[in-house]
Design a protein around this ligand. Structure first.
Ligand code: NAD
Length: 294
């Protein structure tokens, strides 16, 4: 039986509509909208497109944008000063620096400069430490989006074998900790894993976060497994046009998996939605609408 398609785009739209309604009510109560500052450096076209997408999503739910754009010739000290000002700015609940930065810009100092309470990308060491310790706090958006998608679709996690392929600090590592916190038995595979197919075939839930087009083939998946594709790869079709594909051979794997995310329209829209959710969490805490992180 073909897999259930996990429609992240539809879920994201539903969650954003709920957020818009909540924000309207909170603005009356608090007297200001939630605020997010997305900081971009240089002219990378992909980064520019991601930032535009984030700002449009903010607009849809009623979050005010305080974004800044720095030229690649600007000084890293100026970026740090701006982060310092945004940390103090009461209108701003979330700050993120769009990665990658241009050559010569070290991403670590700006990351450390962000107030951990406004770190809506969940990448500050304090927030990563909270995740490791199993304490509430801001979580990184892509892994959080994967977890919300699994939960919303009623996919059981506890007691199941989950394999995450890819060990980046952005996706693979935090996601493996989140699955562990949800009581899965987790394996984290990577580029030096000798027999990837053997590892993935044992999984009830496979998450691909690598960045290699169609790396996960049908013969690497146990029939009935849940397959989550985080990968985003731009490939050229035989006709010479550009196509967006994930890390999963979608057409073949969907014939034997129990459930699968498409690319595009799976994890991507959930990532942006979790950025909004994190900004709202920070806003609620800072406006005393809630007492703790969720
Ligand atoms: P990364 O390059 O930082 O990490 C890739 C990981 O894949 C590494 O840990 C590496 O060990 C592993 N890897 C590389 N080749 C491998 C192989 N042949 N077999 C097994 N493992 C291998 O990438 P990242 O930032 O974690 O992103 C991964 C993918 O997810 C990319 O395609 C990226 O564009 C995409 N991504 C999507 C979203 C989203 O919102 N959907 C968000 C972030 C990243």
């Amino acid at each position: 039986m073909p897999a259930k398609i996990l429609d992240g785009k539809a879920l994201a739209a539903r969650l954003q509509a709920e957020m818009a309604t909540q924000v309207q009510a909170w603005v009356t109560q608090v007297g200001r909208p939630p605020g997010l500052a997305v900081l971009r450096v240089g002219e990378d076209p992909a980064s520019a497109a991601y930032v535009r997408g984030k700002e449009r999503a903010c607009e849809r739910v009623g979050i005010a944008s305080f974004g800044r754009h720095f030229s690649a010739q600007d000084s890293p000290a100026h970026l740090l000063d701006t982060i310092g000002q945004l940390n103090q700015d009461e209108r701003v609940d979330g700050i993120l620096v769009q990665l990658p930065l241009p050559p010569g810009w070290d991403p670590i100092p700006p990351l450390l400069a962000i107030d951990p309470g406004k770190d809506v990308d969940g990448l500050h060491p304090l927030n990563l430490g909270r995740l490791l310790r199993g304490e509430p706090g801001l979580r990184s958006c892509t892994p959080l989006g994967v977890m919300r998608l699994l939960q919303a679709e009623g996919i059981p996690i506890a007691g199941r074998k989950a394999v995450v392929v890819g060990r980046s600090i952005l996706v693979g590592k935090p996601l493996s900790l989140m699955l562990l916190a949800a009581d899965a038995t987790v394996t984290l595979a990577h580029s030096r894993t000798p027999d990837l197919a053997e590892v993935t075939r044992a999984a009830d839930i496979v998450v691909m976060a690598v960045g290699r087009p169609r790396l996960l083939r049908a013969d690497m998946v146990k029939p009935g497994a849940v397959v989550i594709d985080v990968g985003i790869n731009r490939i050229e079709t035989p006709a010479g046009s550009e196509q967006l594909v994930g890390d999963v051979d979608y057409e073949a794997v969907k014939e034997l998996a129990a459930a699968i995310t498409p690319v595009p329209g799976g994890v991507g829209p959930m990532t942006v939605t979790m950025l909004l959710a994190n900004t709202l969490e920070s806003y609620k805490l800072r406006s005393q609408l809630s007492e703790t992180w969720v």
